[in-house]
Write a protein that binds this ligand. Structure first.
Ligand SMILES: [Zn+2]
Ligand SMILES: [Zn+2]
Ligand SMILES: [Zn+2]
Ligand SMILES: [Zn+2]
Ligand SMILES: [Zn+2]
Ligand SMILES: [Zn+2]
Ligand SMILES: [Zn+2]
Ligand SMILES: [Zn+2]
Length: 330
C-alpha cells in the first residue's frame, strides 16, 4: 500500500468527483425525461371489472360476483360448491354467514384454480381510446401502464395543453410549439418553437438574408450597407415604376417610355408628354411642320454657305493652275 492508496482511503480523487457529477447529471436528465410524470391518470391496481369491459368470454355469468355482479381477479367460491362466486369486498361487507345463493352455512374459500380458469376464459378491453388489444385480467394493470394509447401530457405542461398518446410523446416533441429549440444561426439562442420563425426571420442578429439583386447572402447587419452599392440591386423608376438594375438606372431615362420629354417644336408649342405619347403628338402638332421647314431651311443655308466656300476654293485653285506650276513659286 503506497501513499496514494492511503490518500484514497480518506479522500475522494478528482476522478471520483467527475464520475459522481456525471452520474448525477445523467440521473437528473433521466428524471426529467421520464414520461411517467406526465401520465394523465394514475394507474391503480384494479380488483374488479364491469362486464362491459369484457372483450371476449363464453360464459360471463359463471364468473361474476353474485352480489355486485362484477368480475373479480380474486374469486371466492361457496364451500358447498353451489358455484356462487363472491368478490373480496362484497365478502368483507357481507355479514350473513350463509351463502346468498344456496344458503349453505359453510362460507367461502379463495380458489386459485378458479382464478386461473377465469383468467384463461376472459379477455378485457383496454380502456384507452384506439387501443384494440384484448388483455387478460391478470395483465390488465401492467397493460395500462405500458399501453401505447394511454393519455399523457406534454412535458411542456402547463404551457402546452396537448393531451397525447404515450406512443406520441417523442414525435410530439418535434412539433410542440412550447418546446425549447435552438436558433439555426446562433446555437446559444434558445427559444420556444412558436417564437422561432419570427426570431430567425426578423429578430436574430446572426440571420442571413439574401440580396434580391445579386442573390448573395449577408448577415442582417451588413445587408443594408450592401444594398446601397450593389450593381444588381433593382431600383424603381419613378416614372414607369419598373425595376431597373442600379447599373442600368442612370441610362434608363433615355429609353423609359414614361419619361417626360419635349415636343421637337417645343420652343413654339411648349408641349411636354411621356415618351410613349410624344410621337402621336408630333404627328398632329402644327408647329412640327414649321419646325421641320425651318430645319430644312437652316440646312439649306448651311449647304449654300458650304457650297460658296467650295466654289471660292475651286476658283482659287483654277487661277493658280492657269498661272502654271511655276506660278506657285513666282
Ligand atoms: Zn362483489
Ligand atoms: Zn352456495
Ligand atoms: Zn391499451
Ligand atoms: Zn407540447
Ligand atoms: Zn438567433
Ligand atoms: Zn447584391
Ligand atoms: Zn422608366
Ligand atoms: Zn408640339
Amino acid at each position: 500500500m503506497n501513499e496514494f492508496d492511503v490518500f484514497k482511503m480518506f479522500f475522494k480523487t478528482p476522478k471520483d468527483y467527475i464520475e459522481e457529477h456525471r452520474k448525477s447529471r445523467a440521473e437528473r436528465r433521466k428524471e426529467k425525461e421520464d414520461p411517467e410524470q406526465y401520465r394523465v391518470e394514475e394507474v391503480k391496481d384494479e380488483e374488479v371489472f364491469d362486464s362491459d369491459q369484457v372483450a371476449k368470454c363464453d360464459d360471463i355469468d359463471s364468473f361474476i360476483c353474485c352480489i355486485c355482479l362484477l368480475l373479480t381477479k380474486k374469486p371466492y367460491i361457496c364451500y358447498s360448491k353451489c358455484s356462487a362466486i363472491i368478490c373480496k369486498s362484497c365478502l368483507d361487507g357481507y355479514k350473513d354467514k350463509r351463502c346468498p345463493m344456496c344458503r349453505s352455512e359453510e362460507g367461502f374459500y379463495f380458489s386459485d384454480l378458479h382464478a386461473s380458469v377465469q383468467d384463461e376464459s376472459i379477455s378485457l378491453k383496454c380502456r384507452y381510446k384506439d387501443c384494440e388489444e384484448e388483455i387478460k385480467m391478470s395483465d390488465f394493470t401492467e397493460h395500462l401502464k405500458k399501453c401505447p394509447n394511454a393519455p399523457y401530457r406534454c412535458s411542456s405542461f402547463p404551457a402546452c395543453k396537448a393531451i397525447i398518446k404515450r406512443k406520441e410523446v417523442h414525435s410530439h416533441k418535434n412539433e410542440c410549439e412550447y418546446m425549447k429549440v435552438r436558433c439555426k444561426y446562433f446555437h446559444s439562442h434558445i427559444l420556444l418553437r412558436k417564437d422561432l420563425e419570427n426570431h430567425e426571420e426578423n429578430v436574430c442578429e446572426f440571420r442571413t438574408m439574401m440580396c434580391i439583386g445579386c442573390k448573395d447572402s449577408f448577415y442582417k447587419g451588413t445587408l443594408p450597407e450592401h444594398i446601397k452599392t450593389c450593381e444588381e440591386y433593382p431600383l424603381e423608376c419613378p416614372n414607369c415604376k419598373k425595376k431597373v438594375k442600379r447599373s442600368e438606372f442612370k441610362d434608363h431615362p433615355d429609353t423609359c417610355q414614361k419619361a417626360i420629354i419635349k415636343c421637337i417644336a417645343f420652343e413654339k408649342c411648349q408641349h411636354l408628354s411621356t415618351r410613349d405619347k410624344i410621337e402621336d403628338h408630333q404627328r398632329k402638332c402644327e408647329h412640327v411642320y414649321d419646325y421641320q421647314l425651318s430645319l430644312i431651311h437652316e440646312l439649306q443655308e448651311t449647304i449654300n454657305a458650304k457650297n460658296m466656300v467650295i466654289q471660292e476654293l475651286s476658283d482659287e485653285l483654277k487661277q493658280k493652275n492657269d498661272k502654271g506650276i511655276f506660278g506657285f513659286f513666282g
